[in-house]
Design a protein. Sequence first.
Length: 94
Amino acid sequence: MELSPEDIRKDKGKILPSNFKIFIFFDDYCKRCNSEYTSIDDLCKKCTKTLGRETIEEWRTVKEILDKHDYPDVQTARKYLTNVDPELEKRHLA
């Protein structure tokens, strides 16, 4: 099954259960660049070429938005994210 955010929004519980969750895990594409720690400006030539100028500019825009975002503390986040697997939460907060 393929889903887009728009499909999920329009579903209104017809196909997807109300407790449907998506977990996204990423693998590094490059041995030199790390998706978590390498800044956009420090990407190697291979990654820069593969991503392309347009995608890199989109990433810069997303980074600006995320840098300005007011993130909730753990207690507030728990109110919004109920029924999260405690082991998964523990690993990600470590």
